[in-house]
Write a protein that binds this ligand. Sequence first.
Ligand code: ADP
Ligand code: MG
Length: 716
Amino acid sequence: MSRIRQQNVLAAQWTPDGASLGTPDLTVADNQIFGENVFSQAVQRQRLPKDVYKRLSQTLAKGEALDTTLADAVALAMKEWALEKGATHYAHVFQPLTGLTAEKHDSFYAPTGEGTALASFSGKELIQAEPDASSFPTGGIRATFEARGYTAWDPTSPAFILENPNGALLCIPTAFVSWTGEALDHKIPLLRSMDALSRSAGRALKLFGKEVGRVFTTVGPEQEYFLIDEQYYFERPDLVTTGRTLFGAKPPKGHELDDHYFGSIPERVLAYMLEAERELARLGIPIKTRHNEVAPAQYEIAPIFENSNVGSDHQQLTMQILQNVARRYGLVCLLHEKPFAGVNGSGKHNNWSMGTDEGENLLDPGDTPHENLQFLFFCTAVIQAVNKHQGLLRASIASAGQDHRLGANEAPPAIISIFLGDELERLFGAIEAGTAGQSTPESFLGLGTPVLPPLPMHGGDRNRTSPFAFTGNKFEFRALGSSMSLGLPNTVLNTIVAEAIDELAGQLQDALDSGATLEDALRPIIQQSYAANKQVVFGGDGYSEEWHEEAARRGLLNLRATPDALPYLVDQHTIGVFEAYGVLNERELHARYDVFLEQYITKLNIEAETAAALARTMLVPAAVRYKAELLAAEEPELASDAGERIASFLEAIRSLESANLKENHPEEDLLEHARYMHDVVFAAMGAVREVADALEKEVADDLWPLPKYSEILFIK
Ligand code: ADP
Ligand code: MG
């Protein structure tokens, strides 16, 4: 069948009826289902003995260590609730350094010995489990002979029920630690960094006359993804094996009509979104927006922000649900950063802020002079932190998938800079200069009117090219990859900002101690910090060539590829701040560095093998058949052109195979190995692809074995 006809058949296969396994009940209002599968505070209040509930919620509110005597009572209530929801198993869910979610299922039921089974679940089982740690990366923290690690219940992230057509599972968010107490996951450092920031911000707030119980960091991630028909997915071994297409010519020009972004959503896709969102709602994940993204077949989903720990767990779950539900609609959800070359990649915008337990957002300028001062203090801390730790921030988002995006002309550049917006940048400029310029919002700090002008929250001219932008009452770290866990980048943000807050608060304390007013004390502190760090502030076009030159002149880092960035994870500034704040020790940082390098190497190795195999066993034969057809049709000139192309294709494939031969890899040193993968193997893949993509445009369509971009991206 010709491909075109096949497409029509495909498109017709989906009907709104019976598309999903569990057809959603469209009569139920969202507010009735929200959180129904969550062992939420409300459920806990209902089901736990009063004193247990009170002690548990006090512990959680203060971020204190858990009294283990509570565990049995909680376990009992949790088990009963889960059984009523149809759960037969429970799982400690954790986030190993692979960035994926891991879980091991255990049955609630144990045989009684009399031919029946009894459901049991103790406090001990709630609090701790022992997965086989040897199968997760530890970067050498744990020698294999003592392959022991355990998962520990995180009571600050609610347990939930994951449903399957054939049963249900109680999921318990946990941390993953080695027996020697080292963090083997992304959750522990995130929790530690939240504590660090809470301590620093709490101390600083005292100088502003505020006593707060706790300061939380908050996160609201905007997730981009592609949706494609699953038949195309299964016809592409590269997508199945590596998550991205290793071959594929750009679709013809006509397809680039700018009609997709915010366009109306196709029916099947919308049906999918509605069901995914419904599931997310039942899991207590507050989804707020959905829309088409820039590229064809690309979409975005964003929740309402939550505290970083819960938000990060919810983000993992969101990615899982997006992928699961897609299959019910004959779709596949691609979370890879760059599934299609020449088409926009997918990222994740990490909206980040700090808020007190009373709900005050510390990055909200507010409307009183006092609130403005406090805002400027925290904003200055962020600028200082980002400038000092540019390399670390860049390292926290490095991965093989990201290498296709960062630095290409669409995603944020690999250079970390901050966009403040005109008003705020001018204000900081005025404070630095000690004057109110003509168009300066005559500010505060004794320079004129008392209150900051309202900063536009949703200016249409918002800078979209900046990797780190102030957007009204939060900073948006835009350089995350679409498949990434939120864990590390938020851990880094929290930790480096905690350090900067402490530095500035120390100076403020000294000035206040010597009798200055808050205003007088603050002005020189902001002035000096801004002057020292403003090199990182940039309001122009981050994609432009001029910015690359300007950034180099300013001395900003431009870490293009993963092997350039990862060493900043173990740089002395990083070790200094992470150890000082008890977030990760040097060994734990080195473990991450090693694991990420290994992952990078492994990923590129798999891609290289897949590319070579696919080229040899699918594309070369297609080209050879095409050549034979040309000969049979007595087209010797065309056949000889095709023959030449095939010869150069084979040569490129051989170079790739040889580049990726184990004996040619410099395996002694991980970083050197990673560099080799990038500079030699990845480059060799590019050379193979170039010929393949040219062949795709020549070889008869009915002989070409891979679905083309023009089909994958435009059939909805
Ligand atoms: P856009 O970036 O398109 O302007 P929104 O302003 O709607 O989008 O917000 C994007 C994301 O930022 C949402 O997930 C939202 O919940 C989140 N967000 C809003 N306020 C905060 C905050 N104080 N802390 C963290 N995230 C926030
Ligand atoms: Mg955004």
